[in-house]
Design a protein around this ligand. Structure first.
Ligand code: PEP
Ligand code: MG
Length: 539
């Protein structure tokens, strides 16, 4: 039995076999080889596998989003056919007597750097394509191309770190817990663990090479420990704790159907945060008053191409129908920073949290954004939909978004497709949005405060940094004053204001939020009933 401590990002206890996820790039090391011919033959095999995948991706993308967007896969194929590149790789293998993966990585890096230093914007952007296609080749060489994120039996996921895109490839019903070496409490994987209500630990000092797939792991979220190969006694104790937790959860269920009202009579809405239709059942089981944040970008992650208008419509309609008359707030694509999809070919940025993410990406890619807007306008006829725009920093952005919404409406009307422009809200998650919240309140139908990013940008603390977690204090007076200011300005213009960041579930702040007049708190489904309990205790 070996016990490791980490930072708990969600409570609960789970016991199950480990599935250890090792990433491809961990394995690009200068391995000495004896047979250069065999290594060159491996490169050729890797090249054909990559070409085949790219051909398939091109055909799929051409059918789903048109040849214009599919062209990128043709460009990738051309890189893999480039004689200069290929002969440099072969030569590196022979000259340095190193493995194919390492030769491809070194040559790929050299080519990418040459492109990155060019004056021409177009040529500079090709550097990202080279990196992308070379990493595909490496994955094919070391057999991690099919890096299997599709967990087939209930398991504890053990990994170095997990990106939102990787977690989206897993069958969530089969994930019992997450244990990662890196990661932070406000990363999207941590948020996902809370949405799924499974125990999760980050910052666990594990050597993944020492852990065998299938080893039994006991994860105790509350205690912040992961026990590998636990003794029968440890398992017995954990099972007793699970039984106790289930009893406490059962008591909370008695609060279903009750109002979110303080003893003094103040009411507040409590909604659920979800990342896809698969979370709606959890929201309903926990008696959510509505969906306060549907992070639609998760529909774009863990796949090989953009979701089509029809695919999105289906997902949005499914949620709206399940929620009946209750409000469903769908946030438009908040891609960028840690939420990346390879097929979007987002440019590498020095500082992605301050980069082309969320509404900035959507305004620079109106083709992608309008597909989503059309799907949303079509979905609006099936329920009580509101749309929410992330990372707004100016009134001009809101006006530009409204312009695109009108265009989407006209396009649908011209095709005779039933649609409706829903209520439109603005996320308050940058200090800029807070400072101009009075102006924004005139344009928006409602505000939703994203405290995860608002804390990050107000305190200048990267929300994903493990090292800075000690500096990331969401109770900082600056953050609380920002929330109060945004709420006051919304109310001045008769607009509702909610909180959809993780802080909304913090019982230590519930009273303060009620005092500020916050109209709605949107929290992970499992936090709804504990929050209701807290509200009902307030004088
Ligand atoms: C937030 O920033 O608080 C928020 C709700 O958005 P996300 O966590 O998805 O960035
Ligand atoms: Mg945010």
């Amino acid at each position: 039995m070996q016990t490791f401590s980490g930072k708990s990002v969600n409570q609960g206890i789970a016991i199950g076999p480990a599935v250890v996820l090792k990433k491809a790039d961990e394995q690009v090391k200068p391995v000495r080889i004896a047979d250069a011919d065999a290594e060159v033959a491996r490169i050729n095999k890797g090249l054909s596998a990559s070409q085949e995948q790219l051909r398939h991706l091109y055909e799929k993308a051409a059918a789903e989003v048109g040849v214009e967007h599919a062209a990128i896969f043709q460009a990738h194929r051309m890189i893999l056919e480039d004689e200069e590149f290929l002969s440099a790789v072969r030569e590196t293998i022979r000259r340095e007597q190193v493995g194919a993966e390492y030769a491809a990585a070194v040559v790929g890096d050299r080519f990418a750097r040459t492109f990155a230093e060019m004056d021409d914007d177009y040529m500079r952007a090709r550097a990202a394509d080279i990196r992308d296609v070379v990493s595909r080749l490496i994955r094919n060489l070391n057999g991690t191309a099919q890096a299997d994120f599709s967990v087939t039996q209930p398991s504890v996921i053990v990994a170095d770190d997990l990106s939102p895109s990787e977690t989206m490839q897993m069958d969530r019903e089969k994930v019992l817990a997450f244990v990662t070496v890196h990661g932070s409490a406000n990363s999207h994987t941590a948020i996902l663990a809370r949405t799924m209500n499974i125990p999760a630990l980050v910052g666990v000092p594990l050597d993944l090479r020492q852990i065998q797939d299938g080893t039994t792991v006991l994860v105790d979220g509350a205690a912040g420990v992961a026990v590998f190969d636990p003794t029968a006694e440890a398992i017995q104790k954990a099972q007793e704790k699970i039984a106790k937790e289930q009893k406490a959860a059962g008591l909370l269920l008695e609060l279903r159907g009750k109002e979110n009202i303080t003893r003094g009579g103040k009411k507040i809405e409590v909604y659920a945060n979800i990342s896809g239709p698969e979370d709606v059942a959890r929201a309903l089981e926990n008696d959510a008053g509505g969906i306060g944040l549907f992070r639609s970008e998760f529909l774009y992650l863990g796949r090989e191409s953009l979701p089509t208008e029809e695919e999105q419509l289906q997902a949005y309609r499914q949620v709206l129908r399940a929620m009946g008359e209750k409000k469903v707030i769908i946030r438009t694509l908040d891609i960028g920073a840690d939420k990346k999809a390879d097929y979007l070919h987002l440019e590498r940025e020095e500082n992605p949290a301050l980069g082309c993410r969320a509404i900035r990406f959507c305004l620079t890619r109106p083709d992608i954004f309008k597909t989503q807007l059309r799907a949303l306008l079509r979905a609006a006829v099936y329920g009580n939909l509101s749309v929410l725009y992330p990372m707004i920093i100016s009134a001009d952005e809101v006006r530009r978004v409204c312009g695109l919404v009108s265009e989407a409406k006209q396009e649908l009307d011209a095709r005779g497709i039933p649609c409706r422009v829903p209520e439109q809200g603005v996320m308050i998650e940058t200090p800029a949005a807070v400072m101009i919240s009075e102006e924004l309140a005139e344009l928006a139908d409602f505000f939703s405060i994203g405290t995860n990013d608002l804390t990050q940008y107000t305190l200048a603390v990267d929300r994903r940094s493990e090292k800075l977690s000690g500096f990331c204090n969401p109770h900082h007076p600056a953050v609380l004053r920002m929330i109060r200011m945004a709420a006051q300005n919304a109310h001045k213009h008769g607009k509702r204001v909610g909180i959809c960041g993780e802080l909304g579930a913090d019982p230590e702040l519930t009273e303060a939020f009620l005092d500020m007049g916050i109209d709605e708190l949107s929290v992970p489904p499992s936090k709804i009933l504990p929050l209701r309990k807290r509200i009902r205790e307030i004088p």
